[in-house]
Design a protein around this ligand. Structure first.
Ligand code: FMN
Length: 208
């Protein structure tokens, strides 16, 4: 099997790929969870999680995602009215619900994050900037999911909510908009339904 080209990070020879247990943990046996143990997720856990998933790549290193970790009863009470009914018990029981948002004015930070790119194009075309932000913030949300699993957490992403209500409750007066939500914690394994199917390679992949 080919080795990952991690020489610059000093990893060459130390690890070439994840073993089967690690792949099971983050993909093959990992599930979307809906029922949660009362075990808490600490500030330290969330910082450790961020310190891992922040390294996922984004276009021109724009890092448009903004993460609001809803954990306190007050913050949960603000979030719950925005949810579809079936998501209410999941969010109520989850130790933390992350709101993955995106900053539509992400380009203001490019002089720091990627000075080679002129922010003018984004400033003059808000629709282009929003598409750019949404695409890259969605990727960052996916990095969060995989990083959380890699650290031993369970996750439950959700889009069953009213974005406008979440934006009004949490992001009023800012340039941030919500994308999706993700419960994070330790799941009740007993409550899982059967795994829904995935496509076979030949159904959705083409090699040209
Ligand atoms: C962006 C996104 C939004 C989702 N929204 C919801 C939701 O609102 N409520 C819910 O119960 N599950 C939601 N799901 C969970 C999916 O239905 C689930 O990930 C999918 O069926 C695969 O399940 P598995 O990971 O257990 O194989 C969402 C998943 C993603 C990635």
């Amino acid at each position: 099997m080919a080795s990952a080209s991690n020489g610059q990070a000093g990893l060459s020879g130390r690890i070439s790929h994840l073993d089967d247990s690690a792949l099971d943990l983050i993909f093959r046996t990992a599930r979307t969870h809906k029922a949660w143990q009362p075990r808490p997720v600490s500030d330290r856990d969330l910082r450790r999680l961020y310190e891992l998933f922040k390294f996922g790549p984004t276009s021109v290193n724009c890092n448009p995602a903004r993460f609001l970790f809803v954990r306190s009863p007050d913050a949960k009470a603000k979030l719950i009215p925005a949810l579809i009914e079936s998501n209410v018990p999941k969010v109520t029981a989850a130790p933390v619900t992350a709101i993955i948002g995106y900053d539509t004015r992400f380009f203001e930070h490019l002089p720091r994050l990627f000075p080679a790119t002129d922010p003018k194009r984004f400033r003059s075309d808000p629709a282009f900037a929003e598409r750019y932000a949404f695409r890259n913030a969605t990727l960052q949300g996916a990095y969060l999911i995989i990083a959380a699993r890699a650290l031993g957490f369970d996750v439950g992403p959700m889009s069953g909510f009213d974005n406008a209500k979440v934006d009004a409750a949490f992001f009023a007066g800012t340039s941030i908009m919500s994308n999706f939500l993700c419960n994070i914690g330790y799941a009740e394994q007993s409550e899982l339904p059967p795994r829904p199917p995935r496509f076979e390679f030949d159904e959705v992949c083409t090699i040209v």
